[in-house]
Design a protein around this ligand. Structure first.
Ligand code: X8Z
Ligand code: ZN
Length: 641
């Protein structure tokens, strides 16, 4: 979820307390607030929250779908107003904390009030303005970023989608390196702004009573920040051996392809995994497929064929020969039709388990394609515009398997928004942010080879072991490869925020973490002028990232429980809850609770256990893990960290 509650900045604590006004008059002291005063305060805050929330959200939507100096300015100002209000509420809430007999829901609302933003604003009004301005500027810089081979020739410019497509499809070392380096250049221009932005975020966090903004981010998990850091490390220890085997196997195959050009230290260079950030590796599945061809998982080809059929149709219905602009229009219409078909297919899955149809405005107000006439931030996101039925996604959909699954991911956010609209505004969030990210991914796990074949997106799936192992490999390249990446982004930011990573080491520390956790190295010698973290959406847009690591673990826990509810027997990897209303009802109930209870309670209700636990993902991939260990026998696994 991109919208306000996560991306938004917090606020100025409105009035500076002076020694003069610090001492309350005697008779006021006597009037200590009661539990019903707390309740009245929380109710008033929620009511105003609902009203005020719409403006900055609308401003942000326009700023991201139509990047100009003007929309940047307008969103910065709208965010500022919102944060000012939020800060004032946080201030006003102070006397209402720890009041005896406070209702548990009211107490939780007060706890969550301080955690409504990832961008806590400084009290100093000039600094707040500077912070929201920088926030919008960094987002716009990322969204409008391009790689132009010839800076004087606009036709040589390529967007992130163009470059990502090249890296997904083209296995030529030099082409991939060119695309990788070209895009990473976008980060350079952000270094100074990001450095200042960090100072301002920290000032805001300190004004709210936190050591730094990293501590504040870690405070949102119904446990202490330290406990949370330990929890994430413990989860990583559980999955590290599985990742190590996958990295070793992938490196071996890449070495067989690229020979001498591969580093000798056991790492994989960042540009050859088929993904701009080497965060998931499914695009190099053809190189790593255990039993080539078994299972017929040629989803990309089929999606492209569907788009082409839409274009052919449009051309056939066109009277005469289209001129170049008319042809461009036809292509656009075919792209839109293909994108919409992909979205409706995903909606069909959710509806099959009993979720409601999407409001009609979802299709008219969402952005499904990269606009042809302006810059937009194409990174996929889902938006709750009004805490009601105005829900949207913003995505530049291409007919690829990767985008198909990203749609399922975004739809998970959308259905979460719809499920919890009856909650108080302050509870309209995920049980924790990892839950929000895991909802759609859980549904995506049900897209088994059997289901793909049923809906015509893959060949008939063989039930044999070879096909099953191929499917495991493909999913592992998506999910297991992601684990260390999901962990390290915020390990880096926590270090940046607490000052242990100083600005002159931003880039070096980034690559140190990439190497240590992922066994991935930079394909070029990085210099302190480079700012490669800036080339990853969530850094300039200031969206916390540990949520995706949690989601990667949680989704297997959710999936296992839903499959049990659906009465599935046999290997978990063959379960699909498509059409199962009981599993759907159980899921919907969890979504409806939003953030109204500690996530541990919500998790226990669904899975029977109150802990995040990597046991489910490890069980899921047990066949692949055994196979990988066998393949890697005699290989030198591991890397120099
Ligand atoms: O940012 C996203 C979603 C939007 S919340 C598309 N994801 C992370 C990423 O792209 O880096 C999903 C997986 C990880
Ligand atoms: Zn998401």
């Amino acid at each position: 979820m991109r919208a306000i509650r996560l991306a938004l900045t917090a606020a100025v604590l409105a009035a500076l307390t002076t020694p003069f006004c610090a001492a309350a008059p005697k008779d006021e002291k006597a009037k200590a607030p009661t539990a019903s005063d707390v309740h009245a305060f929380v109710a008033g805050m929620n009511a105003e929250y609902r009203q005020r929330y719409i403006e900055p959200n609308a401003a942000e939507w326009v700023a991201e779908t139509y990047i100009t100096d003007d929309t940047q300015m307008l969103t910065a100002r709208a965010n500022e107003r919102w944060l000012q209000w939020l800060s004032a509420e946080i201030d006003k809430a102070a006397p209402y904390t720890n009041v005896p007999d406070t209702d548990a829901k009211d107490a939780r609302a007060l706890y969550l009030l301080k955690l409504q933003t990832a961008m806590p604003a400084p009290k100093n009004p000039a600094h707040l303005t500077e912070m929201t301005t920088l926030g919008s500027k960094l987002t716009a810089a990322y969204g409008s970023g391009k790689y132009c081979k010839d800076p004087n020739d606009a036709s040589s410019c390529r967007t992130l989608d163009d470059l990502s497509k090249l890296m997904a499809d083209d296995r030529d070392w030099d082409h991939d390196l060119d695309a990788w380096a070209g895009w990473h250049h976008v980060g350079r221009g952000m270094l100074k702004d990001y450095q200042r932005f960090v100072e301002l975020l920290n000032e805001g966090a300190r004004d709210l009573g936190y050591d730094n903004v990293g501590t504040m981010w870690r405070a949102g998990y119904d446990m202490t920040p330290d406990e949370f850091a330990k929890t994430t490390d413990a989860l990583w220890s559980q999955v590290r051996p599985l990742y190590g085997e996958l990295q070793c196997y992938a490196r071996g195959k890449l070495a067989a392809k690229y020979g001498e050009r591969m580093p000798k230290d056991g790492t994989i260079p960042a540009h050859v995994t088929g993904n701009m950030w080497a965060q998931s590796w499914e695009n190099i599945f053809p190189l790593l497929e255990p039993y080539p061809g078994a299972g017929g998982l040629d989803v990309n080809q089929r999606l492209e064929a569907q788009r082409k059929a839409a274009l052919d149709d449009a051309k056939k219905n066109f009277k005469g020969t289209p001129s170049p602009p008319e042809l461009a229009r036809l292509e656009h219409d075919a792209d839109l039709k293909s994108a919409e078909t992909m979205v409706r297919r995903s909606e069909d899955f959710y509806q099959s388990i009993g979720f409601p149809p999407l409001p009609a405005s979802f299709y008219t107000k969402s952005m499904l394609l990269r606009p042809r006439d302006r810059d937009a931030l194409c990174h996929a996101s889902a938006w709750p515009m009004n805490m009601g039925d105005d829900v949207r996604i913003k995505m530049c959909i291409r007919p690829t398997e990767e985008d198909e699954y990203t749609i399922y991911h975004e739809m998970g956010h959308v259905y979460y928004y719809l499920a919890y609209t009856d909650q108080w505004p302050i509870f309209q969030g995920g049980a924790n942010d990892g839950f929000h990210e895991a909802i759609g991914d859980t549904i995506r796990l049900n897209i088994t080879p059997g289901y793909l074949a049923e809906i015509g997106l893959a060949g008939k799936a063989g039930a044999d072991e070879k096909a099953a192992l191929n499917a495991q490999m493909k999913l592992a390249l998506e999910k297991v490869a992601f684990l260390p990446f999901g962990l390290l982004i915020d390990k880096w930011r926590w270090g940046v925020f607490d000052g242990s990573i100083r600005p002159d080491r931003y880039n070096a520390a980034w690559w140190q973490l990439r190497r240590t956790y992922q066994g991935i190295s930079s394909p070029v010698a990085a210099t302190p002028a480079d700012f490669d973290p800036g080339a990853k959406n969530h850094v300039p847009t200031n969206v916390p990232y540990m949520r995706y690591f949690l989601a990667d673990i949680l989704q297997f826990q959710f999936y296992r429980s839903l499959c049990e509810a659906a009465g599935h027997t046999g290997p978990l990897s063959q379960c699909s809850i498509y059409g199962n209303k009981e599993a759907g009802a159980k899921y919907w109930k969890m979504l409806g609770e939003g953030a109204s209870r500690p996530w541990q309670d919500t998790l226990k209700e669904l899975t029977g256990k109150p802990e995040m636990d990597a046991g489910a993902i490890i069980d899921y991939f047990a066949p692949l893990y055994a196979w990988l260990k066998e393949q890697n026998k005699g290989q030198q696994c591991g890397w120099q960290s």
